[in-house]
Ligand binder design. Structure first.
Ligand code: NOJ
Ligand code: CA
Length: 546
C-alpha cells in the first residue's frame, strides 16, 4: 500500500444524511451511500469523507457528538459501517471518518455527569470540560458563530459554573489539560481504525487548549497533542492519513504539518475565497498573493483544496475590505450571508454559468494539493438560502427527476424527507440530476468525469511543484506543474471574454505541446513568446514533451 496515497487522491465530501436513503424513512444512511459507491467509482474519485456519523442530537448536524463509538441510528449500525468500508475497498476507494475531538454535545453522558454534582459518575467526569466561576477568562478568544452566540461561556444552573465552548452553547469544549480526556480521544481513534477507517478528518483542531493571555488558537500544547495522536496512528495503523481543519493563515497552518510528524494534510482555507475573488475580478492577483505566502511543506505532507463544502463559504481568511467585496459580489441578498461567510453552493455562486463553473473546477483540479469535491457540485446542484443555518447547502442529492429526486423512494411522502429537495426552475431536480447528466455527453457530470480521468493519468497534478507564469494580461492564470520527467502547463482565462494569451515558455524552447483533453498535438512548439487564444472562462491542460 502506498503510504502517501493521499497525494494522488481526489476526495469527495458527502453528507450521509443527504446522499441516498436505503430504508425509505426519508433520511440518507450508510446503506444508501454504499449503494452509490459504483457511481463514485465511475466519477473517478479516490476517497470518501463522510460528515459526522456518530450518535448525536443533530443540533450541529452531528458535530455535536453524544457517543464516539457508535453510528447514529438514522444512518445505520457499526456493521453497516464495516460493510461500507469493505465495499469501498473492493472498488479501490478509501473512507475518511470525521472525528470531533474539541467538543461534545451537551447531551453526551460525560457532560451530563460533569455538570451534575449528584450524578453517580460526577467525581470521574468533573474535570472533563472547561469550567469556571467567571465568564471573564480567555477574553482574547474570538467568537466563531457570531450570528448565534454572544459569548464563549454559558452558565450551567446545575453546576453553578460557566462552561467554555468555541462553537454553539450546546457544544461544550472538552478539557484537553485532563490526561483522561487525552487518553480517551486516543482510544476513540483506535476504535475507528479497528473499524476500518483509512483516514480521519480532525475537526476544529486549533481550539483544543486554552491559555490566558492568548487567543486560545494554535497553542503549543495543541500541537504537542496532535503529534502524539500522529505517533499513535503511525504505530497502530501505518498508512492512515490525518487531515486537519485548521481555518488559519498559511503561517499558522504550517505548524500543523510539523516536521512531517503532525497532520498529513490540511485544508488551504485562504486559497479558496481567492479563487472566487480572482474569477469575480478577472484578475489572478489574489491567487498569486496567497501562493507567494504559502510555505513549502515537508515531503510527506499535502494541502487539501476545495471550492465549497458543507459550511458557509468562510471569509475569515480575507481582509475586511475583501470580505465586503465578496459579500457584495456573491451574496447580494442578506439571507445569503451567515456568520463571516456565504451560505451558497458553487453553481449558484457562479450564476450557473457552465463555462465559469468549469473554469473554477479546472483550477481546483490542477492547482496545488489534493482536491475535495462537495457532493452535488459535480452536477451543479443549487441551494436554498431560506433553510436554517447551513442546511441550504445540505439538501438531498438529486439522482433523477422522479418524486424525491431518487434520493428516497417515490412512495415516501416528500414532506417526510429530512430536508426538502431543491425544486426551483434553474436547479430543481427535474432539471439538475445525475440520470439526465449521465445521458448528456456535454453535461457538467461528464466533464468532471473526463477531467478526473485525465488528472489520474498525470501524477504531477498531485505531486508536482507549482510555478506561476506571469503573462502581461492579469486575467490569465497560467502555471507549470512538474514532477519527475513530467511537465504540465495549465492556462485558465478568468475573464468572461475571449483573450489572446502570450506566455514565456523559453525554458521549454522546442518542447511540443499536447492537449490533455483532446490528445491533439498543438502546431506551435514552446517558445519565449508562445501565443494562443482562449474563450471566456476557457482553460487548457497541456503536456510539454521533448
Ligand atoms: C467545523 C465544521 O466544519 C462545522 O460544520 C461545525 O459546525 C464546527 N466545526 C463545529 O463543530
Ligand atoms: Ca434512511
Amino acid at each position: 500500500m502506498d503510504r502517501d496515497w493521499y497525494k494522488d487522491a481526489v476526495f469527495y465530501e458527502v453528507s450521509v444524511r443527504a446522499y441516498a436513503d436505503g430504508n425509505d424513512d426519508g433520511i440518507g444512511d450508510l446503506a444508501g451511500l454504499t449503494s452509490k459507491l459504483d457511481y463514485l467509482q465511475a466519477l473517478g474519485i479516490d476517497a470518501v469523507w463522510m460528515l459526522p456519523i456518530f450518535p448525536s442530537p443533530l443540533r450541529d448536524d452531528g458535530y455535536d457528538v453524544s457517543d464516539y463509538r457508535n453510528i447514529h441510528h438514522d444512518y445505520g449500525t457499526l456493521d453497516d459501517f464495516r460493510n461500507l468500508v469493505d465495499e469501498a475497498h473492493e472498488r479501490g476507494l478509501r473512507v475518511l471518518v470525521e472525528l470531533v475531538p474539541n467538543h461534545t454535545s451537551d447531551q453526551h453522558p460525560w457532560f451530563q455527569a460533569s455538570r451534575d454534582p449528584d450524578h453517580p459518575d460526577h467525581a470521574r467526569y468533573r474535570d472533563w470540560y472547561v469550567w469556571s466561576d467567571s465568564d471573564e477568562r480567555y477574553a482574547d478568544a474570538r467568537i466563531i458563530f457570531i450570528d448565534y452566540e454572544p459569548s464563549n461561556w454559558t452558565y450551567d444552573e446545575l453546576r453553578g459554573q460557566y462552561y467554555w465552548h468555541r462553537f454553539f452553547h450546546h457544544q461544550p469544549d472538552l478539557n484537553f489539560d485532563n490526561p483522561e480526556v487525552q487518553r480517551e480521544m486516543m482510544r476513540i481513534v483506535q476504535f475507528w481504525l479497528d473499524a476500518g477507517a483509512d483516514a480521519l478528518r480532525i475537526d476544529a483542531p486549533p481550539y483544543l487548549y486554552e491559555r490566558e493571555g492568548t487567543n486560545c488558537e494554535n497553542l503549543p500544547e495543541t500541537h504537542a497533542y496532535l503529534k502524539r495522536l500522529r505517533a499513535l496512528v503511525d504505530a497502530y495503523a501505518p498508512g492512515t492519513m490525518l487531515l486537519s481543519e485548521a481555518n488559519q493563515w498559511p503561517e499558522d497552518v504550517r505548524p500543523y504539518f510539523g516536521d512531517g510528524d503532525e497532520m498529513h494534510m490540511n485544508f488551504h482555507f485562504p486559497l479558496m475565497p481567492r479563487v472566487f475573488m480572482a474569477l469575480a475580478k478577472a484578475d489572478r492577483t489574489p491567487i498569486e498573493w496567497i501562493i507567494n505566502r504559502t510555505p513549502q511543506l515537508p515531503p510527506v505532507c499535502q494541502w487539501g483544496t476545495f471550492l465549497r463544502n458543507h459550511d458557509e463559504l468562510t471569509l475569515e481568511m480575507v481582509t475586511a475590505e475583501e470580505r465586503e467585496f465578496m459579500w457584495d459580489f456573491y451574496a447580494p441578498e442578506p439571507r445569503m450571508r451567515l456568520n463571516l461567510g456565504i451560505r451558497r453552493r458553487l453553481a449558484p455562486l457562479l450564476k450557473n454559468d457552465q463555462a465559469r463553473i468549469r473554469c473554477a473546477n479546472s483550477i481546483l483540479l490542477t492547482f496545488v494539493g489534493s482536491p475535495f469535491i462537495y457532493y452535488g457540485d459535480e452536477i451543479g446542484m443549487g441551494d436554498d438560502i431560506w433553510l436554517e443555518d447551513r442546511n441550504g447547502v445540505r439538501t438531498p442529492m438529486q439522482w433523477n427527476d422522479r418524486v424525491n429526486a431518487g434520493f428516497s423512494s417515490e412512495e415516501v411522502p416528500p414532506e417526510r424527507l429530512y430536508l426538502p429537495v431543491i425544486d426551483d426552475e434553474d436547479y430543481g431536480f427535474a432539471v439538475v440530476n445525475v440520470a439526465r447528466q449521465e445521458g448528456d455527453p456535454a453535461s457538467l457530470l461528464n466533464w468532471m468525469k473526463a477531467a478526473l480521468y485525465i488528472r489520474r493519468q498525470h501524477p504531477a497534478f498531485g505531486r508536482g511543484a507549482l510555478v506561476l507564469l506571469e503573462p502581461a494580461d492579469s486575467s490569465i492564470l497560467a502555471y507549470i506543474r512538474s514532477h519527475g520527467t513530467e511537465t504540465l502547463l495549465v492556462v485558465n482565462n478568468l475573464a468572461a471574454e475571449e483573450r489572446d494569451v502570450t506566455l514565456d515558455l523559453g525554458r521549454y524552447e522546442g518542447y511540443e505541446l499536447r492537449d490533455l483533453f483532446t490528445g491533439a498535438m498543438l502546431d506551435r512548439p514552446a517558445s519565449d513568446s508562445w501565443a494562443m487564444s482562449l474563450p471566456g472562462y476557457g482553460y487548457r491542460w497541456l503536456a510539454l514533451t521533448r
